[in-house]
Ligand binder design. Structure first.
Ligand code: MN3
Length: 340
């Protein structure tokens, strides 16, 4: 027994230590470096996977080590990329984007989409060929390094966009093009230069031969149910964000005993609450519960503003703002997936 516990303890020290130091690891490549020949050459594949992707991974692990976001998932890092360092943004993107890229490429690629994805492509882009033309065009006109994306947006519709560097539609930095990627094409020179040199267009025409629509189809079905789609929908609800800003900048000072911000901004808070109630909510949040909670928010902001205008005492203001803060958090909770 004693020996067993010593061995278990030693294993915990060895593996437990390495897991916390290196939260992310390189996903396995499911085919050999030469498997995508002649469309993507073996040397490009080897350098791209073992040097570039490995490099993003190493730098990501370095960038998150010993930070307060060291245990965040890759999605959480990307959803909150704007406030992180460029090292986190670039390497989280580089790590995630390449993992997706290897996954959607295959030497035995299914050449056309099927089922619901095929219907959606025809409905949105008229045909697979016109989708390819649109993506090739966005890839060709992307200045410098970047990606072109087919993604599911917050209305659960397909959309195409391109991004600079290693950004992608999950990231908060991608204003107006947010969603879950289902197909990404790397248009950095490191993805094609050895074989195609400056002829990015030839690389783009060739790569469709190894894009596996069977995998893209699975990505599409998963994206429609992805809980992060709802997080993006909530985070892009401008009226809610604008109300939140005034709430945060008045409630927290009040908690510290400073009533000046709320006494100066109660009418602004009422205006933001009214805007929230009159502007259309995102599709997922058009529920009776949320609509009623927003009405409650407008009523609460109205009473608070009246108290401020009457120059009421601090304890009255505090009770009213605390109640309003609770209503706001009720709305936040109703918009999140707190039920699972
Ligand atoms: Mn690359």
């Amino acid at each position: 027994m004693k020996h067993v516990s010593i061995v278990v303890f030693a294993l915990i020290v060895i593996f437990g230590g390495s897991v916390t130091a290196q939260p992310f690891s390189l996903p396995k490549l499911n085919y050999s470096y030469d498997a995508l020949e002649p469309y993507i050459d073996a040397q490009t594949m080897e350098i791209h996977y073992s040097k570039h992707h490995q490099g993003y991974l190493n730098n990501l692990n370095k960038a998150v080590a010993n930070t307060n976001f060291a245990d965040w998932t890759i999605e959480e890092l990307m959803l909150n990329a704007e406030k992180r360092s460029p090292a986190v943004r670039n390497n989280a993107g580089g790590f995630y984007n390449h993992a997706l890229f290897w996954e959607i490429l295959s030497p035995n690629a299914q050449k056309t989409p099927k089922g619901q994805l095929a219907d959606e492509i025809n409905r949105t882009f008229t045909s697979l060929d016109s989708l390819k033309r649109l993506m090739n065009n966005q890839a060709a006109t992307r200045f410098g390094s970047g990606w072109v994306w087919l993604y599911v947006n917050t209305d659960k519709k397909l959309a195409v966009c391109s991004s600079p560097n290693q950004d992608n539609p999950i990231m908060d930095v991608m204003k107006g093009n947010r969603g879950i990627p289902v197909l990404g094409i790397d248009v950095w020179e490191h993805a094609y230069y050895l074989k195609y040199q400056n002829k990015r267009g030839d690389y783009l025409n060739a790569i469709w031969n190894v894009v596996d629509w069977d995998t893209v189809n699975k990505k599409y079905e998963a994206a429609l149910k992805d809980p992060f789609l709802k997080v993006i929908e909530k985070n892009t609800w401008e009226a809610l964000k604008n109300f939140h800003a005034v709430m945060a900048q008045t409630f927290h000072p009040m908690e510290d005993g400073d009533f000046n911000p709320i006494r100066q901004r109660s009418s602004e808070m009422l205006d933001k609450a009214k805007l929230l109630s009159t502007s259309p909510a995102p599709n997922s949040f058009k529920t009776v519960q949320i609509t009623n909670a927003i009405k409650e928010l407008v009523d609460g902001a109205q009473s608070l503003d009246k108290l401020v205008k009457k120059k009421a005492k601090n304890d009255k203001i505090e009770a009213s703002l605390t109640k309003l803060h609770d209503v706001f958090h009720k709305i936040q909770g109703l918009c999140s997936n707190e039920d699972h």
